[in-house]
Design a protein around this ligand. Structure first.
Ligand code: BES
Ligand code: MN
Ligand code: ZN
Length: 488
């Protein structure tokens, strides 16, 4: 995609799609009015007919029939003027990219974007993310090649900032769409081995350190959790460790940990068929880690970043781990298995213990961990929990800036007894109630005193039906929040 600033006259801009904006409830005026007049009042007429008043998520599109040089005009809603923000612009970008399908290759934006610093990059990010489609396995459909050129006309964006804004938006969009692609791949393709090969490729290209542990190394190290979960599968498990080291002085070290279950059948506590669908997305946390590590050396934060992934399938094979098993995690703690479908926390126990061994200053994990979190917060919001309010607040702030929704759930001490075991240090499930919280409390046992935050992304990571601001399937949720956090 090519992005340019332009000072052309709106009526003279040659493009497939001219995008104009309108605040909610405001009369058509300014540049919109000029275009409307050139089109003989068609824009205001169709707005009236379709009862379009400038609401966010709505818009009208018309063909200009050659009356101006743009082939079509899309008038989009920018919502209430007082609420205008970078988030609105991100949505405007997504809305435009979706509506641009399947005709428009060249687009011109004809409204003011100026104001806050992050505005331009939010709009560009929206355009880059909104056009995403996972269509590589469609053999017949004519594929939409996407938007090629974008111009910002009289946008108020300053030339000097523009390069930087464009660069940032491109980086985070590339990382997000990369994660989406990994998650959307079918589980027969995206195995733990494939995940580890992808990590190796990233490391080679981006000059990161890369360690991959196979079964033997895991046994030597004592990663009993990951090994136990992997036993029911024919696919070999992998533990992935990528490291980014900044060139200059190192301010601190953080670990970003991802759950990498490339398919979650539930294991012996097998899922019903309807719940099993979309479980290729159970490695979304891992994909997020890889997305972040793929671009981190271009963002150059002055911190050391470890990307850690526990990757395996959760299958009910003949050697599968069982309810009643007791397993020993890397940090020596023992886990009583109640339910083999609560496998995410078990594989993460080793990854978090490993992060502890690295003596990092902060740990953040991302995991499609519990259905309970989806029940609590719905499809579009991730739960955030942890042992350190300051770190949690930084994550919440980063998510806000990134335009991703997260909500803190309470680590209610009264729930802690739910995961006490009679025969081991901890058991892997509590009761049905507060399931997202007790899952986090399980993880907490493996981070010691290290400041740690946990994002339960079970809802927003994979949205089968899509959403206004999301593609169908994988969303890449978390990538942008983590990048913001690493830069904070
Ligand atoms: N991967 C699932 C959680 C999940 C559910 C992710 C829905 C995305 C959408 C996880 O491994 C799981 O199966 N959790 C169980 C835990 C239960 C057995 C305590 C669940 O949520 O039902
Ligand atoms: Mn499960
Ligand atoms: Zn799972």
């Amino acid at each position: 995609m090519d992005f340019k600033l332009s000072g052309e006259d709106l009526l003279q801009v040659k493009c497939n799609l001219l995008v104009l904006g309108r605040f909610e409830g405001e009369v058509i005026k300014g540049p919109v009015k000029r275009v409307d007049e050139a089109l003989g009042g068609a824009l205001s007429r169709i707005s009236q007919e379709e009862k379009f008043n400038g609401e966010i998520g709505k818009g009208v599109m018309i063909n200009t029939l050659g009356k101006i040089r743009a082939e079509r005009v899309l008038l989009i809603g920018l919502g209430k003027k007082q609420k205008f923000s970078s988030d609105v612009l991100r949505k405007a970008g997504i809305f435009t990219a979706k509506r641009a399908k399947p005709f428009s290759e060249s687009i011109a934006f004809g409204f003011a974007v100026d104001g806050k610093k992050e505005n331009a990059s939010a709009l560009i990010e929206g355009i880059m993310l909104g056009g995403y489609e996972f269509n590589k396995y469609k053999t017949n459909d004519k594929k939409w090649e996407g938007i090629k050129n974008v111009k910002f006309v009289s946008s108020g964006i300053r030339e000097r900032n523009f390069k930087e804004d464009l660069e940032y938006a491109s980086i985070i969009s590339e990382a997000t769409n990369f994660a989406r692609d990994l998650i959307n791949e079918p589980p027969v393709v995206l195995t733990p081995t494939k995940l580890s090969e992808t990590a190796k490729e990233i490391a080679l290209k981006e000059k990161l350190e890369c360690k991959i542990f196979g079964k033997e190394e895991m046994e030597k190290k004592g990663m009993g959790g990951l090994l136990a979960v992997s036993r029911g599968s024919d696919e070999p498990p992998k533990f992935i460790h990528l490291t980014y080291k900044p060139k200059g002085s190192i301010k601190k070290a953080v670990a970003v940990v991802g759950k990498g279950i490339t398919f979650d059948s539930g294991g012996l506590c097998i899922k019903p068929r309807d719940s099993m669908r979309t479980m290729k997305g159970d490695m979304a946390g891992a994909a997020c880690v890889l997305g972040v590590m793929k671009v981190i050396s271009r963002l150059k934060p002055p911190i050391k970043v470890h990307g850690l992934i526990s990757a395996t399938e959760n299958m009910p094979g003949a050697r599968a781990y069982k309810p009643d098993d007791i397993i020993r995690a890397l940090n020596g703690k023992t886990i009583e298995v109640i339910d083999t479908d609560a496998e995410g926390r078990i594989v993460l126990s080793d990854a978090l213990s490993y992060a502890m061994e690295l003596k990092v200053d902060e740990i953040v994990d991302l995991a499609t961990l519990t259905g309970a979190c989806v029940v609590a917060l719905g499809d579009y919001t991730a739960g955030v929990m942890g042992n350190n309010e300051r770190l949690i607040n930084r994550i919440i702030k980063a998510a806000k800036l990134a335009g991703e929704k997260v909500w803190q759930l309470p680590m209610d001490d009264e729930l802690r007894k739910e995961i006490e075991s009679d025969v081991a240090d901890v058991k892997n499930v509590g009761s049905r109630f507060g399931g997202a919280i007790t899952a986090a409390m399980f993880l907490e046992k493996f981070v010691g005193d290290t400041p740690w935050a946990h994002l339960d992304i079970a809802g927003p990571a994979f949205i089968e039906k899509g959403g206004e601001w999301y593609p169908k399937g994988a969303t890449g949720f978390g990538v942008r929040t983590i990048i913001r956090y690493l830069l904070s």
